[in-house]
Design a protein around this ligand. Sequence first.
Ligand code: NDP
Length: 283
Amino acid sequence: MANIIDGKKISFEIKDEVKLQATELEKKGIQPCLAVILVGNDPASAVYVRNKKKACEYCNIKSLSYELEESTTEEELLELIDKLNNDKNCNGILVQLPLPSHIDENKVLLKILPEKDVDGFHPYNVGLLSIGKAVLKSCTPAGCIELLKRSGVEIEGKNCVVVGRSNIVGKPVGMLLTAENGTVTTCHSRTKNMVDFCRNADILVAAIGKPKYITGDMIKEGAVVIDVGINRGEDGKLCGDVDFESAEKKASFITPVPGGVGPMTIAMLMKNCVAACKSQNGL
Ligand code: NDP
């Protein structure tokens, strides 16, 4: 039976470290500040935003909240970002995605100053990530790496298979694993014989968005399994992209859903806020 990687516990370790750094900054008269912008009434987004505010409180990070009407125009949103870009007291800007369809997501993400892009989605930061020099790393992928490291899993020299190639998860996870000297294969919907790749993985990261898609028979005995997926199963319960029940019989380490990668995303966001604040203050 696999060791269960406790993402909740590890996320609190990180938040406690962030809180300590924020307290050190406070002694210098600086308080890190995150602006969170929500457009519209998507209930899931509202929950994410609430959780981000709660994490800020826990870490002693000031949070500014902008809850805008669904009818907000792209121009109005860009104006707000411009204002926050120019506000010296605001260190991080996060626009909760998805945005209403009349707003161009790409235009909005490009508007955020790279040094305030605490989600790590700006192409400039993605570029830095690809050359191993990013200060602000995309939160969920960075969270996956922290889970591995803090569980004592060595990445160097391992066969790492990432299923999924999205810009926000699959691609950056692959880049980070490469930076840690893993040998990375990326699979996607057009991959032929994906099962063979998966069965060869020492470290398997699933970021597909399909409930319980990766089953125990696709996993090598003793592999480490990181499940990024957040889905609703047929029973209506939250589940990952990995069939936990069969996978945990094969894996040496595995993340559960919920309680694995999920809590890490916000913890890494907090880490980015403090990193952004420090770098903007020349520290
Ligand atoms: P996307 O839909 O953007 O990407 C899914 C990827 O999976 C694509 O690259 C797609 O391939 C690939 N894929 C789809 N079907 C298959 C298949 N049958 N075989 C192989 N590959 C396949 O999703 P995201 O990357 O945004 O998210 C993935 C999952 O992670 C979702 O469940 C999401 O909810 C979750 N998530 C969790 C977060 C967290 O905080 N824990 C944060 C972000 C996401 P192709 O490119 O060819 O279409």
